[in-house]
Design a protein around this ligand. Structure first.
Ligand SMILES: C[S@@+](CC[C@H](N)C(=O)[O-])C[C@H]1O[C@@H](n2cnc3c(N)ncnc32)[C@H](O)[C@@H]1O
Length: 210
């Protein structure tokens, strides 16, 4: 495995050729927006980050439901950001900002987010990216990790050996200093609401760019 992916369970980056699956409307049946909104519990006029937003299927749906809150839709792949921007050209949502994730962008967001959503991305991100994610949160901020459950037989989603079980996901977060505030389940996913590690807003340790 690429050393820059240390800690990730999925060996490769998400393939933008599979992006259409992210806009499959059946996702909203097994991962309903109202339930995600309830887990996120975004404060009034708060700032939240969709970490690994992809095409923004959920960032856009949540932005529509919560016009008072601002969302930074962050993705590391320009091809994914282009798809998100094309969707925003059609929908014209004022409260969503697409951002290509890089050291400068992450630094400018550090310590500012009330909430971070990591939807279907926890199994893809390296430990170093998990630190970046934590650094975006304000003191008292929370992240919601919702990811494919390796313990569940599913007709959709990545292979079981590319994702974590709820217990493995929880352990990974706890080992990185997160406090788990709540755990719940969707038909194919687990959800973990977590408070950021105490030292998360400290400057990230230097590392080489991939
Ligand atoms: C499986 S897709 C999920 C997209 C979206 N969260 C959803 O559920 O519709 C994962 C996305 O996360 C992005 N991603 C993976 N690692 C990332 C990182 N470290 N920082 C930002 N984006 C990342 C990928 O480029 C991809 O677009």
């Amino acid at each position: 495995m690429d050393p820059h992916r240390h800690g990730a369970r999925q060996p490769e980056r998400f393939d933008p050729k599979k992006a259409a699956a992210l806009d499959d409307p059946s996702r909203f049946d097994y991962l309903p927006v109202p339930e995600i909104l309830s887990l996120l519990d975004i404060p009034r006029e708060g700032l939240w980050v969709d970490f690994g937003a992809g095409t923004g299927a959920y960032a856009r749906a949540i932005a529509r439901s919560r016009p008072d809150a601002a969302v930074v839709a962050l993705d590391e792949q320009p091809a994914m950001l282009d798809l998100l921007k094309a969707a925003l050209d059609r929908e014209r949502l004022a409260n969503i900002k697409p951002v290509l994730s890089g050291p400068r962008e992450l630094a400018s967001l550090r310590g500012r987010a009330d909430r971070v959503l990591a939807l279907n991305v926890f199994h893809e991100i390296a430990d170093a990216s998990l630190e970046d994610l934590a650094s975006l949160l304000k003191t008292g901020g929370k992240a919601v990790f919702i990811d494919w459950n390796a313990s569940v037989d599913r007709p959709v989603g990545p292979p079981k050996d590319h994702v974590f079980s709820a217990a493995e996901g929880r352990l990974r977060l706890e080992r990185s200093g997160w406090s788990i505030l709540a755990q719940s389940a969707f038909p194919y996913h687990y959800a973990l609401v977590a408070a950021r590690p105490a030292d998360a807003s400290a400057a990230p340790r230097p590392r080489r760019d991939p």
